[in-house]
Design a binder for this molecule. Sequence first.
Ligand code: OGA
Ligand code: MN
Length: 296
Amino acid sequence: MMELIPLGPGFGAEVRGVGLFEVAARDEVYIQVRAAFEEHSVLVFRAQAITDDLQVAYSQRFGTLEIAKAASLGEGTPFSILTNIDRATGELVPPNHKEALRARANQLWHTDSSFKAPPALASVLSARVVPPHGGETEFTSMRLAWARLPEVQREQFANSCAWHDYAHSRSKIAPELASDRERSTMPPVCWRMRWVNPVNGRPSLYVASHTCAIEGMAQTAALTLVDQLIADATRPEYTYLHRWQVGDVVMWDNRATLHRGRPWPDNLHARHMRRTTISAGDADGVADLRPVRAAA
Ligand code: OGA
Ligand code: MN
């Protein structure tokens, strides 16, 4: 029997009694877990006998998997690999290494693949090697952030559109972190600032570290507003901090949450995580996310 243990301040749940294997194998378990995902936004599974095949079989239940983006580890496969272990040597990468800088960019509050079309519905992250301390992942609910906004902002943002650009968030860490190939394969995309969940009708605020502009606003004002919205959404009392153990799998709703990695002494300790990412479809509310141009 599936049990849900509440985790965070108003969102997040640990799933007990069923695991990834049962979701992959049995329709009725998938339906229950899918409902829990729609409701709680972050699901934690502990002590999973995780393999790449099981992670893919689980993730595919929820929709089409993204193929890892150009110039990333795992390119061309369904896995985004987050690691500070050099594949060739088995040693830890130096602090100026691209993967070390990428880990730093992941430490900015973001939602996965808002810079892609279609954007991501969900991410599934499994812990393969974890450091003895640090390296947690922190989450906040953008539904609760939306609900806390003053009415006038909710009205404004319901019809505002924002641009999302991978190169923008990377440039906050190092100007050239996004390569030419990444820039040309991932041009900026524009989405509404409110994403309504079609299953339960709950709106969430859709902005993150990748947001580089808001339609109809001067850029400096837009970036100041986005920073302010993110700061308000992520105050410590609103977040859930996940402390990883090997075998943990965490799934989150990219429509309704922001997340960030937390630092760890990456010159001393290995960390290896593998992520599958599920693209959002029209049934997940993407149709409503596309900008509507005002009629002339
Ligand atoms: C991710 C991510 C943060 C972390 O996998 O999308 O942002 O803690 N991870 O590794
Ligand atoms: Mn991420």
